[in-house]
Ligand binder design. Structure first.
Ligand SMILES: Nc1ncnc2c1ncn2[C@@H]1O[C@H](COP(=O)(O)OP(=O)(O)O)[C@@H](O)[C@H]1O
Ligand SMILES: [Mg+2]
Length: 244
């Protein structure tokens, strides 16, 4: 089963066509395809090892693309991390990687390393803090003292410092309590609505992602298993089928 429904809107900011990635002998992606429209939230789902993280890494120049095309703003690109950042793509990897010995502010500043003007950097920090009142309240705290949810917010805040057009989020709510998961999703939605940033989110909790994502891709064994509106992914039970 694949690509059973044609998407209603096709105005891709980013598109992947028939991507293959191998790590040595391990075939992580064997012809995966997807697109993300400007300003859209898309969920990437599927069982462990399906290739979800590899897709995000491939977009960000962190996975070896053997064949296939990556197209950003109608141009074919060869993803290299620092160039992809300049193009306006931000990647928040799995695992809430913040610098524990640095303060909240210092962590956020690191995300703006490529902003040359001090004024612009300040404005950007303000813009980011407006989205995260909880971080503003802890601006001078060492990041190691933050809760898991706050550390995740900080990792996302740092990713927003480049004012991206596209934000890639890998399992941002993994290991967080249901209440915090709700908060994180609320902020992700706000980022999308208030700043118009397109988001591709790897998430296994279908119910949480239903509220924010318009479409979902289900991967299995490195290729597309299903794609469709998020509600349809629920009604068809296709995610459970992908787990078999
Ligand atoms: N650095 C790596 N070296 C070797 N194999 C890897 C590496 N990263 C991922 N893989 C393998 O590639 C496949 C896809 O992994 P991944 O993209 O992390 O899946 P997911 O995020 O969906 O759980 C898995 O079989 C995984 O074991
Ligand atoms: Mg993963």
């Amino acid at each position: 089963m694949s690509q059973t429904k044609s998407p209603k809107v096709y105005n891709p900011l980013l598109e992947l066509k028939n991507i293959h990635v191998s790590y040595g002998g391990v075939k992580a992606l064997v012809g995966a395809s997807m697109f993300i429209n400007t300003g859209e939230i898309v969920a990437l789902m599927g069982p462990n090892g399906a290739g979800k993280s590899t897709i995000l890494k491939a977009i960000f120049g962190l996975a070896p693309i053997g064949s296939g095309e990556v197209i950003f703003e109608s141009e074919k690109i060869k993803p290299i991390s620092h160039e992809v950042v300049e193009m306006g793509i931000s990647f928040v990897p799995q695992g809430r990687r913040v610098f524990h010995h640095l303060t909240v502010l210092e962590n956020i500043e690191i995300g703006g390393f490529n902003i040359k003007s001090a004024n612009e950097r300040k404005e950007r920090i303000e813009m980011v803090l407006d989205l995260f009142p909880a971080l503003r309240a802890k601006i001078k705290a060492k990041s190691g003292t933050l809760s898991g949810g706050q550390q995740q917010m900080l990792a996302i805040a740092r990713g927003l410092m480049i004012d991206p057009k596209l934000l890639l989020l890998d399992e941002p709510t993994l290991g967080l309590s249901p209440k915090i998961v709700k908060e994180v999703f609320k902020i992700i939605k706000e980022i999308n609505v208030r700043r118009g940033i397109a988001i591709c989110i790897v998430e296994h909790n279908l119910k949480s992602v239903l509220d924010i994502a318009t479409r979902a891709y289900v991967l299995k064994s490195g290729h597309n298993f299903y794609e469709g509106p998020t509600g349809e992914v629920i009604s068809t039970g296709v995610l459970a089928k992908a787990m078999l």
